[in-house]
Design a protein around this ligand. Structure first.
Ligand code: GDP
Ligand code: MG
Length: 255
């Protein structure tokens, strides 16, 4: 596994409601199974969070529809921060390790997780992937989730923040249609802003909708292509790394 850096999760290994084999599939039973899965995930996410705290790692869970520009933004971000901040990437997709290959081309280590039929990463998958990554003391771990605005909202991975990427080609009302995701996020990147002159997309309206769902949501207008907004995003990441480190007790002091 370490040799290819790619983890494949087959359905029989997954704790996922779509594959539960229990025969009496009543609504009550289904709710019970979902609650058990989420409780188990939350416990493993707490383990990941404790691990990140113990090694001063700022972990970000990047969530969006397919094609909003997560990997493109990541590649640009890694190239900009390389040499300043320790970084690694966990890539989630149903199939292929194309995105991990794109990340590795920057020289930053990446592990690909293939979820098979699964529509999201879970805390257990991320915990396994951490075994294949170098320590990142004071650095940042980017987790690119499976492209999907629904399921990843419910699964805590132990991250400091979910970062939701909405691109201007997707329609202003996505925050209203998929409120759980926008409620769960700490930052929204409004990507592909370079295309605004060619579209009827109303960026102010999209941001207003996002704030209707989550009034405290921070928003950065960005373009992975033109570089607009990149400086603000990079500062946000560096601030997060500093805060993650500041939360740690200083070694050798007894307060
Ligand atoms: N015009 C424009 N295209 C972008 C931008 N970011 C990504 N793309 C394009 O959007 C497509 C999907 O990008 P990708 O990074 O694979 O999206 P992902 O599925 O979210 O990882 C690619 O063709 C990118 O070149 C951007 O800021 N502006
Ligand atoms: Mg991608």
């Amino acid at each position: 596994m370490a040799s290819t850096g790619r983890l494949v999760f087959r359905p029989h290994q997954q704790q996922h409601h779509h594959h539960d084999p229990a025969p009496p599939d009543t609504p009550t039973r289904r709710i019970q199974i979902e609650q058990n899965i989420l409780a188990r995930n939350d416990a493993l996410a707490a383990d990941n969070r404790a691990f990140f705290a113990g090694c001063n790692t700022f972990a970000l869970n990047l969530v969006s529809s397919p094609g909003s520009g997560k990997t493109t933004l990541l590649v640009r971000t890694l190239s900009a921060l390389k040499g300043q901040v320790a970084m690694a990437v966990i890539e989630g997709d149903q199939q292929t390790d194309n995105d991990a290959e794109r990340i590795r081309a920057t020289g930053i280590p990446a592990v690909q997780i293939n979820t098979g039929k699964g529509c999201h990463l879970d805390a257990q998958m991320v915990g396994h992937a951490l075994d294949d990554l170098p320590p990142l003391d004071g650095g940042v771990l980017f987790i690119e989730n499976v492209g999907n605005l629904v399921c990843p909202a419910s699964f805590d991975l132990g991250e400091a923040h979910k970062v939701v990427i909405l691109s201007v080609t997707e329609g202003e009302d996505k925050p209203l249609k998929y409120p759980d995701m926008f409620r769960a996020a700490g930052l929204m990147l409004l990507n592909k802003c370079d295309l605004l002159p060619y579209l009827a997309f109303d960026a102010d309206l999209a941001i207003e909708y996002a704030h209707r769902i989550n009034p405290g949501l921070q928003v950065i207008r960005i373009s992975a292509t033109s570089g607009e907004g990149m400086a603000e995003w990079l500062e946000w990441i560096k601030d997060g790394c500093r805060n993650a480190a500041a939360k740690q007790p200083v070694a050798g002091t007894n307060v």
